[in-house]
Design a protein around this ligand. Sequence first.
Ligand SMILES: Cc1ncc(C[n+]2csc(CCOP(=O)(O)OP(=O)(O)O)c2C)c(N)n1
Length: 139
Amino acid sequence: MGTALAQSIPFNDCKEATLVVIGDGSFFICLRELASLKSSQRLLILVINNKGYLAIRHTQAQFLERRFVGTFYDQSSQLPSIKPVVESFGFKYLPIVSIADLERIDLNDIDRVTIAEAFCNPEQPPMRHTPIVKIGSGS
Ligand SMILES: Cc1ncc(C[n+]2csc(CCOP(=O)(O)OP(=O)(O)O)c2C)c(N)n1
């Protein structure tokens, strides 16, 4: 979780732009790695903002009867805003609020570290759903 930022370091002088995709919870857990990317050039980091930890919310919904602990996006577990953090590191910030915004990005135009924040549905259902079979239910 969060290793995508550290794994981007070797791509600091690639001729072609590198696309890195990371969740917002993961982004904040490894935030200090942004300092290691200062000398990187053609890097587009796409942060999926679904108000954090969606995979864990799904687990808690499916297996823990929706008892959300440390993952629900109320005041207590809210993540900080990404834009000021990105700008404080001197990187370019791009908000993505629609598919059209995403399609407008041309990797050929990425000439320095750019962090795009894609605002996504915090209730997005999992793409694949494994049916829950209760042990001893007889079915
Ligand atoms: C170091 C580490 N800690 C905990 C986990 C367990 N884990 C798997 S996914 C996840 C949540 C990731 O949240 P986020 O980056 O916001 O991505 P999302 O689930 O919203 O797509 C966690 C805590 C992990 N994979 N690695």
